[in-house]
Design a protein around this ligand. Sequence first.
Ligand SMILES: [Zn+2]
Length: 379
Amino acid sequence: MSKNGLSNSGKRFLVVPHGQLSFPAFMPDATFGVVRSVGSEDLKSCGVQAVVMNVFHLMQHPGSSVIRASGGLHSFSGWDGPIVTDSGGFQAYSIVRRNPKLGSITNKSIVFRPEGSSRRLRLTPEKSVRLQLSYGSDLVICLDECTHVSDPFQVQEESVARTASWAKKCRAEFDRTVEQRQGTGELRPLLFAVIQGGGSLELRKECAEQLLEIGFDGYGYGGYPLDKKGDLLTDIIRVTRELVPAEFPMIALGVGEPSNVIRCAEMGYELFDSSLPTRDARQGRLYASKGGFFIRSAGLDEDLYSYLYIQDNRHIKSREPISPNCDCMTCSNYSRAYLHHLFKMKDALYPRLATIHNLRFMTLLMERLKRDPNGKCRT
Ligand SMILES: [Zn+2]
């Protein structure tokens, strides 16, 4: 077995500088270096293995010099487990797409001006990798050019060409920087590339082939994973996984809705990142498992959980926990009535308790999927 557990074991885990990442893993977004409302000790108590931080946001706040002066993201944030850093391409693209006056994307770089700021920032593939490594990332993601599935074919074609060309530059910069560190005894971080191509099977294939030729530790599904109606792009996501040999791990970027996570896990994706479960928690949408979700063997599908909207008046006097099958700190100590009260009072305790519950729901779901990697947990 390789040190990353990829060769013989059916890709069960990755070894990275700050620990081991066993599959499947849901990684909450800690965009600005924090999973909103919760601390590292909360994340650990929920069973979170890794978090995803973002270069695009961190280079603005608190800024790279602050992070480096603090000794990197781990000591800065107090999270000593694995940190995946995203390249910032998706966010920069979103700004430029929303308002072309705020930036531009060329073959060399993405230039953008964050809304409300007079500063123009520039991201090149090399700079993105250098920043991620200087922040102490365990898993670096190449800068890519994101598209929406509904964009014209020509736009998707340009995105694939640019993504492959940038991935090559990222690979070279990563290898050069890591080479300089040799002899320090530090474990090498990993480098993932992102497969673009929108809804075109042909372009997805072309992109995957080019990236596989360059060679990376793992790959990601890139682009918005949902269509205009908000439905998962099942066919293209499945084909993209099939384009990459099974020994390479794949991350379904931006997939966080529990039923979508289950479906992507069935397709062979092992890593998931999203801000959805924590945002849902703060907004009052809590994930409640139905009748023994975590203890009874059954097919894992969306019927096995439901949404509980804590602001609903029917919870005013409920002494029940959010989910009777959940072992999180919130469900162990607090009733729906109390959470409803905290939500209505806009008390700062509410988002913490709610976030702890939704994150524990996601990690319990991962444990369930781990027991049956095909997602079908039948006895
Ligand atoms: Zn709970």
